[in-house]
Design a protein around this ligand. Structure first.
Ligand code: GLY
Length: 592
């Protein structure tokens, strides 16, 4: 009954908004505001309640809210929100991409669902070499950049195991947003502008995302995606089989073949989401649960926490914020040196267990000097453009104790820029997360070793780091995750450290200025106003404050970055669950 009432109002809101604009035209459509009228009345950045969610887009957060209203759990809410994000935030994630999903169930079980794309069977180490030289552009744009899309297989696996509402009902908000449109915000506008030229090379990408004269739609104009709505309806009705073995796979292969693609129907048909064993580490009386390979996030967050546990982090922060950030940067440098050397798909290479051994971390930590930045860091052995935003992270948790941390991506903005005509699906460029040649950096400046080399049916290394922190008795305390390539790992680390060591609420932790160090290049990226101190501007717009001045004196090359990752999180507090979205973007937290 409640569901019928609710849907009628939602439809009315959308119908009213549809009168105002047409596809990519007309005046500002207030779809978002209309949908907000149907959602909770929380302020946008944080929400406290029994059932909560935080995503980067209000329409997706409202989808989670509606799912709770319909009696769904946190898994249902995460699926509905993820599907919506593929419509209203499609430059970051969607049906053409993949995701990693970490779930803590009400019974205390942990599920790590690997929905990472896989390389086509015809992929090879030499596929991006031309005249013997690597051509990075080929792994980033166009038909060869795409690995088998995997998000929908992961969402279905999660739903089959833990969902409570009907699969098809979870698609309703996404279908409505695709069919009736949404008002383009600054994120979509910027993403289209930055890739306008590449998008205009592919007929459907151009037709859907650009105006007929090839210009970029303005903020506030309406983007309708009827083909994507049809695709969503088909997957809602027929399940992932329609995508992997039916009409979608056929249309995708036929189109990619025109551009010398190597994906085949067998590649699509063979795709499987895999349930993996999560990485568990202990940190100051808590269990930190992270995502294992092919993600590098869980392993390196565990490794860095193990290093940090040998320091009195809270005391260091109180005495000197510069020393705090210096310590973080030194841990990051060592972890990323190991990432570049050791990490790859664990189904293909041995990812050494010593990386998460506290004894190994203690050895690395002993090398760290608090009065000097280290140089010449190499990967360890068992011994014994950084401003761009990609990907999306969402968090849900419910009154029963189900928690979901879900990071989803098409890789860089609009993936490989190829939309399959008639489907609205934009394909990923996840092949670029492999090491396309030794020492050649990918779009994130990351280098890798043979462990992350391309191979048929292998999954590329990821930095996605959905994480859940439990107290030692298993009670969920915190969930964290972020978007932003390798910056995800370090942003998630900082949010965990701020909540646990500095006792900050998750919204404060997320809002605080961050640092990022990824070994190569040997630079500490930092956001403005690091340490909460005003950063005066010099003629380059990059003045120093007291903290950055001290970091520079310690020997760190510095570079200011307007935004280092976009994080969402949930924390258990005395009044209930606190959901927080990142003030660096225009997201929304909801509670019911
Ligand atoms: N595509 C970004 C990542 O998975 O790290």
């Amino acid at each position: 009954m409640a569901k019928t009432f609710h849907r009628r109002h939602f439809n009315q809101a959308i119908a009213a908004s549809s009168l105002i604009g047409s596809t990519l035209g007309g005046t500002r459509l207030l779809a978002e505001e209309n949908q907000n009228a149907e959602s909770d009345q929380s302020n946008r950045r944080t929400a406290i309640g029994a059932n909560v969610a935080a995503t980067v887009h209000p329409i997706a957060s409202n989808a989670a809210w509606k799912t709770y209203r319909d009696g769904g759990n946190a898994v249902d809410a995460a699926i509905a929100a993820a599907l919506c994000l593929g419509v209203v935030d499609g430059h970051n994630s969607g049906l053409g991409g993949g995701c990693l999903m970490l779930i803590r169930t009400q019974g205390g079980a942990i599920h790590a669902i690997d929905g990472r794309e896989t390389a086509p069977a015809a992929a090879s180490e030499k596929m991006y070499l031309r005249n013997g030289k690597p051509v990075a552009e080929l792994s980033q744009t166009g038909s060869l950049a795409c690995a088998v899309p995997s998000q929908i297989a992961a969402l279905k696996l999660a739903h089959d195991k833990l969902g409570t509402l009907q699969w098809a009902s979870l698609f309703e908000p996404a279908i409505e947003a695709a069919e009736n449109g949404y008002a383009i915000g600054i994120a979509t506008h910027t993403a289209i502008s930055s890739e306008r030229e590449n998008l205009s090379n592919y007929e459907a990408s151009k037709a859907v995302l650009l105006k007929p004269d090839g210009s970029v739609p303005k903020i506030g104009e309406v983007l309708r995606q009827p083909d994507l709505a049809k695709t969503l309806k088909n997957i809602a009705k027929y399940g992932p089989g329609w995508f992997y073995a039916g009409d979608f796979a056929k249309a995708a292969i036929e189109y990619l073949d025109q551009y010398s693609g190597i994906l085949t129907l067998q590649d699509f048909g063979n795709y499987k989401a895999i349930e993996r064993t999560a990485v568990r580490t202990h940190y100051r009386g808590n269990q930190v649960i992270g995502f294992p390979a092919p993600s590098s996030g869980g392993i390196h967050i565990a490794q860095m926490l193990n290093m940090l546990e040998t320091f009195d982090v809270a005391n260091i922060y109180t005495n000197s914020k510069a020393e705090f950030f210096h310590l973080l940067a030194e841990c990051m440098k060592r972890a990323f040196a190991d990432r570049a050397h050791w990490l790859g798909d664990s189904d293909f290479v041995d990812v050494p267990k010593f990386l998460v051994d506290p004894l190994y971390a203690a050895r690395l930590a002993r090398q760290i000097r608090l009065d000097k930045a280290s140089s010449n860091i190499a990967h360890g052995i068992e011994e014994a453009n950084a401003d761009k935003k990609h990907t999306t992270h969402l968090a849900t948790a419910d009154a029963k104790g189900n928690w979901v941390a879900l990071t989803s991506t098409v890789n860089t903005t609009w993936g490989c820029k190829v939309m399959i005509p008639g489907t609205g699906v934009m394909l990923n460029n996840q092949m670029d997360d492999f090491s396309i040649s030794p020492g050649v950096p990918n779009a994130f400046g990351l280098v890798g070793s043979a462990n992350n080399a391309i191979a048929a049916n292998k999954r590329p290394l990821s930095s996605m780091s959905p994480s859940i922190v439990l107290s030692e008795d298993g009670t969920p305390r915190l969930s964290c995750g972020a978007a932003g390539g390798p910056k995800i790992i370090n942003a998630t680390l900082q949010n965990i450290v701020r909540c646990i060591d500095l006792n900050q609420p998750i919204d404060t932790a997320i809002a605080s200025a961050r640092v990022h160090q990824q070994w190569r290049p040997d630079i500490v990226y930092h956001e403005p106003n690091l340490g909460g101190l005003r950063q005066p501007l010099n003629e380059n717009g990059n003045g120093r404050n007291e903290v950055t001045e001290q970091l520079s004196k310690l020997g760190h090359p510095l570079k200011v970055s307007s935004s280092l990752a976009i994080a969402q999180g949930i924390q258990m507090i005395s009044r209930g669950l606190l959901a927080a979205t990142d003030p660096r973007t225009d997201g929304k937290a909801i509670a019911s």
